[in-house]
Design a protein around this ligand. Sequence first.
Ligand code: GLY
Length: 402
Amino acid sequence: MYRQFLSFLLLLGLFNGCATPEPKEKPLGQLVDESLEFATQHSLLMAESLKDQPDRLPQTIDKEGKLVTCNSAWWVSGFFPGVLWYLYENTPTDTLKDWATNYTMRVEDQKYTTDNHDVGFMIFCSFGNAYRLTGDTLYRDVIRTASNSLITRFNPTIGCIRSWDYAPWSAKWQYPVIIDNMMNLEMLEWASKAFDDTIYSHVAETHANTTLKNHFRDDFSSYHVVSYDTISGQPEKKNTAQGYSDDSAWARGQGWGLYGYTMMYRETGNEAYLKQAENIADFILNNPNLPEDKIPYWDFDAPDIPNAKRDASAGAIICSALIELSQYVSAEKSKAYLSVAEMQLRSLSSPAYQANLGENGNFILEHSVGHMPNGTEVDVPLTYADYYYVEALLRMKKLLNK
Ligand code: GLY
């Protein structure tokens, strides 16, 4: 009887054309929901772990796998509060709201930051999401102060917000502007509308226009740092700080540019920004060094590709930007961008990048690169990788539910 049953099963397999059916891919909606739930579990553990250190925020892990934290002044301070707000948006529980509020308030003193450009990252990822989801005017006031701080760094002769002041960069560059700075413009565009004052959008759009002119190469890859001559207002040097070389395409920088011009198109409707975002997307998606799982090496021109380290943070930023950009382009391009974004979400949500619960310092993703030339934060979790990954999951969820 048993032998007969086995023969029956075998016949059934042959009849179907194969003995072992291919495993089916999980439906994308299910993958997104499960990943958001998993991200929530990680993030609640993270929030608990720092409850007795009220001035610390998650940054990365050390060589022993121990959580490394920062104070509010480090540029990544706003990302974990932002993760908590996104997760609260997905599942509005009191616990998530309390933690999101708690971690947001840890960053408040940065509204007075005038010695670097990162005030946009720090305040808008935290307070921006807080205001968007609660409407509490306390958050709005903080964003106004922060926006006033940020525009003090604008030089009209150059047409850009200065990124960094401090050593060693102050010795090398007269007026460094990094591609990352595009990300700080979202807060200014928001402030302009919220406070009905074009000073903020004037600064943001002038900065975006100057960057469009000077930061990009003919193939639409970008330099990391462009330094300007403070007398003539013209570029004096085009270099890198975190990429492989001055002429290479540092992966996260390409992500910042893509995200930045997509966001600027959303905020202004200026077609030049949309065109730029599409050109950057094409550079990334057609790059022969973009791996099959669509998570970039830390630099598209890293000399040791295919053994170079991946940068999950760049993958997450690009993924989130592509989901948004897919809504502004032709049907053909939209399909192509969404297909890559889906592959990126599937990769990042797989065991290849996603950490086990209770490991990885309670960060969600592994395998990012912070500063390869310095040898710091190489192949580690980074709080901003988690932020843009969770943002991308939510963006995809909203798109699927449209
Ligand atoms: N904004 C600094 C970085 O992307 O590492």
